[in-house]
Design a protein around this ligand. Structure first.
Ligand SMILES: Cc1ncc(COP(=O)(O)O)c(C=O)c1O
Length: 425
């Protein structure tokens, strides 16, 4: 009998004792491992080392327009960088603004612009009451935190294997105080799923009650494939053009996980009305972005083909790490009815749903034995997972041997927490 939920009580008690013994062995190892960090490992960072040599004092520093990148100018960014981001985000290059080192920063600024100046000529969000923002969950904690910081009520929308539950989204947007939704449409953080064509079409056809409702389409993992059969995301830009709903969307992406997180290049895109609101905002905020970094990136990556070649190298490094995590989950937990997990074809995370009511216990058990995980609840608004079930695993940073050890402990803890819970019933 493998299934914990069907085990007779004496067998489950015996199983629990075995798991406690296994746990004590791990405690004795004094591990100090971390599976919480959704960031590239050092080997991945080394892939872009050469980029730092792309510019030196004898470089020309000229953009294709003839502008000197050492000086002010080109507030929307280098045309070649705008073109590259347009291809990555599947939008029109004329509607791209290249920003600084972080797309999250651009998202923050966009919400801030909505708060102080509003969109589409509407009253600024900050002067309206009972603001709400939709948060597909599990999702990215920092998205949720931005809108929490600005005072929005965060509304949880369940994620499905096709994207956010669109029946629920369509219902919520009938409320005029709902002002937006966070989306990571490809290899979503943390589930790793890609929104289906139907989900993208339903987003394009949304008819929100609020004229200033905006979709924040954060394509952070647009080129981050891990297999030969990558997911394909339908272009929301094209679907919105067909539906006449272009003004409903802000698009974002960055090179954070292509070159250097914190020292990459970010970009956003939007249709004419939104773009003019945002350009106004940036006009007062800055005289221009860091074009030397853009030049360095273009000179290193060149074009979409170059980006894909770089991503293939990332894949070589991180695909084995994803395989290591998944193979532990499969071999240790399959058939036991103690949890389920995603098998993403790209992105940075594996999402595990342990037995409801057990996530905090698993994270705490792992922590006490020396393995740090993302906090239970972090993937939900306000850091509270109503089921206490979801745990985000980040396989990219630790080396494979550390992942193997950490995952062995994790699997013991998932089973131990489940046995404890079942025996308490
Ligand atoms: C979905 C998502 N968006 C944005 C970011 C941060 O991007 P940036 O470094 O461009 O601010 C992350 C980082 O983990 C992320 O997972």
């Amino acid at each position: 009998m493998l299934d914990f939920t069907l085990m007779p009580k004496p067998q489950l008690e015996e199983k629990k004792r075995e798991l406690e013994d296994a746990y004590r062995v791990f405690e004795g190892k004094h591990l100090k491992l971390n599976m919480a960090r959704g960031k590239p490992g050092v080997e991945q960072l080394a892939l872009s080392g050469q980029m730092l040599n792309e510019l030196n004092s004898s470089s020309s520093f000229l953009a294709s327009t003839g502008d000197d990148c050492r000086n002010y100018g080109l507030p929307d960014g280098l045309p070649e960088m705008r073109r590259l981001f347009a291809q990555m985000m599947d939008v029109d290059a004329g509607h791209v603004i290249v920003g600084g080192n972080s797309s999250l920063n651009m998202m923050f600024d966009t919400v801030s612009c909505g708060m102080t100046h509003g969109f589409a000529g509407c009253e600024p969000w900050g002067r309206q009451e009972h603001l709400k923002f939709l948060c597909p969950s599990p999702g990215y904690d920092r998205h949720f935190a931005v809108t929490q910081y600005f005072g929005f009520d965060l509304i949880t929308v369940p994620m499905t294997s096709n994207g956010p539950d669109m029946d629920i989204v369509e219902k919520y947007v009938q409320d005029p105080s709902v002002k937006g939704i966070w989306c990571v449409p490809k290899y979503q953080n943390p589930m790793g799923i890609t929104f289906s064509d139907e989900t993208v079409r339903r987003f394009a056809r949304l008819k929100p009650a609020a004229k200033d409702f905006r979709i924040f389409w954060d394509n952070a993992y647009c080129v981050h494939d891990l297999t030969d059969t990558p997911d394909q995301l339908l272009s929301l830009w094209n679907e919105c053009e067909k539906a006449g709903s272009q003004e409903m969307v802000f698009y974002f992406a960055s090179t954070s996980k292509i070159t250097f997180p914190g020292a990459g290049v970010s970009a956003m895109a939007a249709a004419d009305g939104n773009l003019s609101d945002i350009r106004k905002h940036y006009f007062y905020q800055t005289i221009g972005p860091d074009k030397l970094n853009q030049l360095r990136h273009i000179s290193f990556l060149k074009d979409l083909k170059g980006v894909k070649a770089q991503m293939a190298k990332h894949r070589e490094i991180i695909a084995p790490k994803f395989r290591a995590v998944l193979s532990k989950l499969d071999s240790e937990l399959s058939g036991k009815n103690v949890g389920k997990w995603t098998k993403p074809k790209g992105g940075y995370f594996i999402s595990v749903d342990v037995m409801p009511g057990c996530a905090k216990r698993v994270v705490s058990l792992c922590g006490k034995a020396g393995v740090k995980l993302t906090g239970a609840g972090a993937t939900y608004p306000y850091g509270v997972d109503p089921q206490d079930s979801n745990i985000r695993i980040a396989p990219t940073y630790p080396p494979v041997n550390e992942l193997n050890q950490a995952m062995s402990l994790f699997c013991v803890c998932v089973q131990l927490a489940a046995a404890e819970k079942l025996l308490k019933k």
